[in-house]
Design a protein around this ligand. Structure first.
Ligand code: HEC
Ligand code: HEC
Ligand code: HEC
Ligand code: HEC
Length: 178
């Protein structure tokens, strides 16, 4: 057991959710012809659903604690009350707004503000695949790589700028500050 794994919560999470996804991923990885290139840009499994910050925090508590002190974690609360249901604001002040499993309303509270998945992309498959690291006695480098490859380190496509378009050349969307 390496120190890397100590202190992480969630060891008791049931294995049952792991399911088919890991097997499918393993097959895909094994079947991939060796290109001879050491580093290949990885695309996480598609069609992942947003699962919310609490689920991520179960395994990534240090990152969660840092995020709690970050302005991103308050991006929803800072909206004046009358804008908290305004789609024009929610697209940049919540996570995944307008997508099927993203933020909708108070019922999807764990996706309010700029949560983990706004930058890393939806992580339902990643969370399932990562469950194996909770069960295993020893985490091999291969398993760690499979887990890492199942989520973006940062989503591609200038993800920061998709919300931060307003600084410098453009003004922030006008709103009533009262
Ligand atoms: C069951 C445990 C578990 C859950 C739940 C989980 N992760 Fe992970 N995650 C891991 C493990 C294990 C790694 C491998 C690296 C490490 O040990 O931190 C990892 C790696 C990552 C990485 C690094 C990717 C890279 O390219 O190196 C990111 C980013 C990440 N997780 C984000 C998330 C987000 C966002 C969520 C919630 C949607 C989440 N994780 C949920 C266990 C988990
Ligand atoms: C294109 C993305 C985007 C949209 C749309 C958007 N915001 Fe923002 N908002 C941001 C970003 C990014 C910041 C962080 C500071 C900055 O870059 O201006 C921010 C900051 C804020 C702040 C913090 C104080 C300030 O003015 O800097 C408030 C309050 C705010 N927005 C309210 C709103 C309201 C209300 C709406 C809808 C009418 C809205 N925002 C629409 C991206 C957006
Ligand atoms: C505003 C965007 C943003 C948000 C929100 C965010 N992250 Fe990250 N995260 C990043 C970036 C960028 C990196 C890459 C840092 C690097 O390579 O040094 C990263 C790296 C990581 C890593 C890789 C290991 C590490 O610490 O470098 C993990 C795990 C992770 N984030 C988990 C989370 C979790 C869990 C949350 C929510 C509680 C979260 N992140 C919220 C942008 C974000
Ligand atoms: C989904 C929209 C969204 C994404 C994606 C996003 N941000 Fe933000 N960011 C915001 C909003 C909204 C605020 C204002 C939050 C507040 O004031 O509480 C903010 C605040 C910030 C701040 C502090 C306030 C300031 O003066 O601008 C920094 C720095 C920042 N973001 C950097 C980043 C970086 C770097 C990334 C990409 C890794 C990123 N953001 C991705 C929406 C986003």
């Amino acid at each position: 057991m390496s120190a890397l794994w100590q202190g992480r919560n969630g060891r008791t999470i049931m294995a049952s959710l792991l399911g088919l996804s890991l097997a499918v991923l393993a097959i895909v990885l094994l079947a991939k012809p060796d290109s001879g290139v050491a580093e290949v840009a990885v695309t996480p499994p598609p069609n992942q659903e947003y699962i919310g910050t609490k689920k991520c925090a179960a395994c990534h508590f240090p990152q969660f604690r840092i995020w709690r002190t970050d302005e991103h974690s308050k991006a929803f609360e800072i909206l004046p009350a009358k804008y908290q249901e305004d789609a024009a604001c929610l697209k940049c002040h919540t996570t995944g707004f307008g997508t099927p499993t993203g933020y909708k309303d108070a019922s999807t509270k764990s996706l309010a503000s700029i949560s983990c998945e706004a930058c890393h992309g939806p992580g339902s498959e990643h969370a399932k695949i990562a469950l194996r690291t909770v069960e295993e006695e020893e985490i091999t480098p291969e398993l760690e790589q499979i887990v890492r490859d199942s989520i973006y380190k940062v989503q591609p496509g200038n993800i920061c700028i998709s919300c931060h378009e307003a600084k410098r050349h453009k003004a922030h969307l006008d709103y009533d500050k009262e």
